[in-house]
Write a new protein. Structure first.
Length: 313
């Protein structure tokens, strides 16, 4: 059976997505795109998998909770009711946020946008599209011959205007004592900054100093890990690198882009810490050998395997 790997709007599927708030521990979400022969071609769907490999391709939250409660001798009615309450509270928060955005018009709205731009510059569509876990949907309207775009964040909230995001982020900065929170700074500056031509320039900068990055070298970085997720119905193994801060990287080019940005911001010189990390990864020959076992182990257990360079072979 061929792997159902596809690219929709520049995003490669299948890919990992965050499970909803209130989900039981020990589960992961995989987003997949409908195939060319489907009437839903261009759209995506999510299936859930238990990390122990026992349950695969579960279609919805209710079924996940049924299996989770059966496995752990828990009361389904109590557990699922708690989840539904968490879901309802999140919907209320999202509605309140949308209402706040809609009310933030005129002078106040412009003030929040100005606050954001004073710290991080003007936000652009390519930058937002580069935010980790975000998506963009384009809808062609034949009557008007226009194609409006909608950005979708990791919680599924939709934004049709970049200025709405600038307003939202400006409000967050204002409420944080006029300081940019670390998570917002990382999201905007790290991956989102370098898209399109600039992204390729950053990748080229990294390669000019390190050569093309390989999975074996990254796996050897001190403190880093790699996770392999085998999806039996697709006969595909997804690979994810995890850095010392817990941030996940699915594409080596994203790491090259990040490293190139760091080098560029350092006067086109490799910082000592980055050089030491790369050199350690390049020299860790045991890690290189271990790296190639991860995919095989995940396939053997029909599930998930997570290893670091010091794991037993």
């Amino acid at each position: 059976m061929a792997s159902k790997v596809s690219i929709v709007n520049g995003i490669t599927y299948p890919r990992h997505v965050q499970c909803p708030d209130g989900f039981p521990p020990g589960w992961k979400g995989i987003e997949q795109a409908y195939g060319e022969n489907s009437e839903y071609f261009g759209k995506t769907y999510i299936r859930y998998y238990s990390l122990d490999g026992r349950h695969t391709s579960i279609p919805n939250a209710k079924k996940v909770f049924e299996l989770h409660c059966d496995d752990n001798a828990l009361d389904f009615d109590v557990e699922f009711k708690t989840y539904e309450k968490t879901k309802e509270e999140k919907q209320k928060r999202d509605a309140a946020e949308r209402e706040a955005l809609s009310k933030a018009r005129g002078v106040e709205r412009e003030q929040m946008i100005a606050t954001f731009r004073a710290h991080l510059g003007e936000l652009t569509g390519p930058v937002v599209f580069g935010f980790p876990g975000w998506k963009c949907r384009w809808d062609f309207l034949p009557d008007s011959q226009q194609t409006p775009k909608t950005f979708i964040d990791t919680d599924g909230r939709e934004y049709m205007l970049v200025k709405d995001l600038e307003c939202k982020f400006g409000a967050i900065i204002s409420q944080n004592g006029n300081k940019v929170p670390d998570d917002l700074m990382e999201m905007v500056k790290a991956l989102g900054k370098a898209m399109g031509v600039e992204r390729e320039q950053m990748i080229a900068t990294s390669r000019a100093h390190f050569g093309q990055l390989t999975g074996e070298v990254v796996f050897g970085f001190p403190g880093w890990k790699c996770r392999w997720d085998y999806l039996p119905e697709l006969q595909t193994t997804l690979r994810t690198f995890i850095d010392t801060d817990g941030q996940e990287w699915k594409l080596l080019r994203d790491l090259e882009c990040k490293f190139g940005t760091i080098i560029s911001l350092n006067g086109n010189k490799v910082p000592d810490g980055l050089m030491a990390m790369y050199q350690a990864g390049e020299d860790h020959l045991d890690a290189h050998a271990l790296f190639h076992t991860g995919s095989h182990k995940a396939k053997e257990i029909v599930g998930t395997v997570e290893l670091d360079a010091n794991s037993d072979r």
